[in-house]
Design a protein around this ligand. Structure first.
Ligand code: BJ8
Length: 426
């Protein structure tokens, strides 16, 4: 990334030295993991460019938007409705939580046994290395797992623009009505922040834009059902990660362009790995940029990932929002309906998630499922046992992995993954 961005980062109050160190590690990781892959679709060069400019050009674009009086809203969870943000004339960005940073400082504020994702969100703030966080006019936290809920209480003392959204934990009518009320409250907060009144037309337009992004990812997902698979799991994961950062219209266009290319590949029986390569479905905790550890291990151990049952994946993008409502209330109901279907492990009971995992394993022809749990993430780790039982009862092999963002367990993970791949290849 060009050094010309240094004044921009400085203006955001970032720690340039620490940020340089982060970019060096990121750049090297990207080189070793992404650029070292073979047979990548040409369209992925767009995502290579996005990643090379993720703290540069994209931040400049956001700051240019701010100069035009457009507000930037940062979020840590797929429950924050982008439809409402866009309808209010603001831009939503995902906040980085995929790498360890400033761990010693973080552990002054959080217990050691906190999941890596939460620790990372603190590390990026304490280390002053995330330009998205520093550009945001509003940061939205949510009451999901206990870890996040309590962490936001501390986080509120580190930033002056934290907005916390309450979320239900049960899919009951009371739960749905809480979600609707919280979305109404969020709509008002967005209107107050931007000074723009959300109307039927702006909300319809917001829904259209976000649906188009999701539909492009649905198209990409469907193409991964082919054998040989036309795109690696790593590349598909990257598209799902960039979903949270990029300009929505440009993102949709770029994903659709890749899909056009993949359709040709499928017609020509061209794959990124040979036909009959063992196929894996990943399920579990979200993988935020630059958390590529497990997919990289899997795809360098003789298997290909064909789907992600994850918030950075199908759990996050599965359903579209109905845009046929004629009044604001009807549209808000539709937004609520759409998000109420997200089957995060914080819900109890959460049978739908197991059902979705089974559905996905079948639809994508997975030979096995790897359940990915971040250490100390109670909701997903607790749920991984019934998920494994459900899958095994149906004859779908499943392996449960618990890990963090550190690299110390790479060797051990690789050995386990290789053994699992051998088991499902028979
Ligand atoms: S809707 S998955 S994005 S909350 S890994 S912080 S659950 S202890 S991230 Fe999530 Fe929204 Fe749910 Fe999706 Fe807690 Fe677990 Fe850490 Fe987690």
């Amino acid at each position: 990334m060009s050094n010309d961005y240094a004044p921009m980062w400085e203006s955001l109050g970032m720690d340039l030295k620490a940020h340089d160190a982060l970019l060096d590690v990121l750049g090297q990781g990207y080189q070793d993991i992404y650029l070292a892959q073979k047979n990548r679709p040409e369209g992925m060069s767009y995502f290579d460019f996005v990643m090379s400019e993720v703290h540069g050009l994209r931040i400049k674009e956001l700051l240019d938007e701010k100069k035009q009086n457009r507000k930037i809203i940062g979020s840590y969870c797929v429950f924050v409705p982008e439809e409402i943000v866009l309808a209010g004339g603001a831009t939503l960005v995902g906040l980085c939580s995929g790498a360890d940073f400033a761990i010693e400082d973080v552990e002054k504020h959080l217990p050691r046994n906190t999941c890596s994702l939460i620790k990372s969100s603190f590390g990026f703030k304490l280390g002053r290395v995330c330009p998205y966080l520093e550009s945001a006019d509003m940061i939205v936290g949510e009451n999901t797992c206990d870890g996040k809920k309590k962490a936001y209480e501390t986080f509120a003392g580190m930033v002056d623009n934290l907005y916390v959204m309450d979320l239900p934990q049960v899919k009951s009518s009371q739960g749905r009505s809480l979600l609707k009320k919280e979305f109404e409250r969020f709509k008002t907060a967005v209107e107050e922040l931007t000074g723009n009144k959300i109307t039927v037309d702006t909300l319809k337009e917001g829904i259209k834009v976000v649906n188009a992004k999701r539909a492009a990812l649905h198209r990409l997902a469907t193409l991964r059902k082919a054998d040989p698979v036309p795109i690696s799991g790593l590349d598909a994961l990257l598209a799902n990660q960039v979903f949270f950062y990029d300009n929505p219209a440009r993102f949709t266009e770029s994903v659709n362009k890749i899909c056009d290319e993949l359709e040709v590949r499928i017609k020509e029986n061209q794959g990124v790995f040979p036909a009959k390569t063992p196929r894996i479905l990943i399920s579990g905790c979200p993988m935020a940029v630059p958390n590529w550890k497990l997919p990289w291990i899997i795809e360098t151990s003789g298997a290909v990932i064909v789907g992600e049952e994850s918030c950075v994946g199908e759990r996050g993008t599965r359903n579209l929002t109905d845009d046929s409502g004629q009044s604001l209330d009807e549209l808000m109901e539709a937004v609520t309906d759409r998000y109420f279907k997200v089957d995060c492990a914080i819900f109890t009971p959460n049978q739908k998630r197991s059902d979705h995992i089974v559905e996905m394993a079948k639809a994508y022809g997975a030979n096995g499922v790897i359940h990915y749990g971040l250490q100390f993430c109670q909701p997903y780790i607790m749920e991984s046992i019934p998920v494994e039982n459900t899958l095994e009862n149906l004859g779908i092999p499943c392996m449960r992995i618990e890990t963090d963002y550190g690299m110390e367990d790479m060797g051990q993970l690789k050995t386990r993954v290789e053994a699992f791949i051998e088991q499902i290849s028979d």
